[in-house]
Ligand binder design. Structure first.
Ligand SMILES: [Fe+2]
Length: 184
């Protein structure tokens, strides 16, 4: 994870993040996934939830891990900030919606599995919903351009509203440990 932090920092510190930069980060994340899959991060089940692994004090980007149990799903939402996401373990279903503010309709849906990497980049709204698709504890890695303490989520009958997002801290030193190495 520390190597990935350094690599992402190298891309972000060049300046504003656009399509070239998010595609570079996608490649870096794709290369990092097999390394991360060999750590305790992927060998120990996490309670379902959002975990903050790293927040860059200079550039503001964050690295998060999300743990998904059967039945877990997000609301329909968008982010408003660039993001690069990867599945680390098992699989998730991502459904993309049109940009209706009052009645978003599904446009496409796909299952993404361990090793798959994707991105979102404003001004594209990237309205979507993510849900658990397989495994007792699916894991995904999310890099966002800023801390995601809230997002715009769709409330049926109401529309999109800013919703607060709960988050746990996850010790980087622990998740970087290779499998088989005891951690405190
Ligand atoms: Fe999302």
């Amino acid at each position: 994870m520390l190597r990935l932090v350094q690599e992402i920092t190298t891309v972000v510190e060049r300046g504003p993040v656009g399509l070239t930069e998010v595609k570079q980060m996608e490649q870096l994340v794709a290369l990092a996934v097999p390394r991360l899959q060999q750590t305790v991060l992927c060998s120990r089940p996490l309670q379902p939830g959002r975990y903050l692994c790293y927040q860059d004090k200079v550039h503001g980007f964050v690295i998060m891990v999300l743990a998904w149990g059967p039945g877990d799903a997000t609301p329909i939402h968008d982010h408003g900030i660039w993001g690069v996401e990867a599945v680390l373990k098992h699989s998730l279903r991502v459904t993309n919606f049109d940009e209706s503010e009052t009645d978003p309709q599904p446009m496409s849906s796909m299952v993404i599995s361990a090793g798959d990497v994707m991105h979102n980049l404003p001004p594209a709204r990237d309205v979507h919903r993510v849900e658990h698709a397989s495994g007792d504890c699916a894991l995904s890695l999310h890099i966002y351009g800023k801390e995601m303490t809230n997002n715009r989520s769709f409330v049926p009958g109401v529309g999109f509203r800013v919703c607060q997002l709960a988050c746990h801290d996850l010790c980087l030193a622990d998740v970087c440990q290779p499998c088989g190495v005891a951690t405190v």
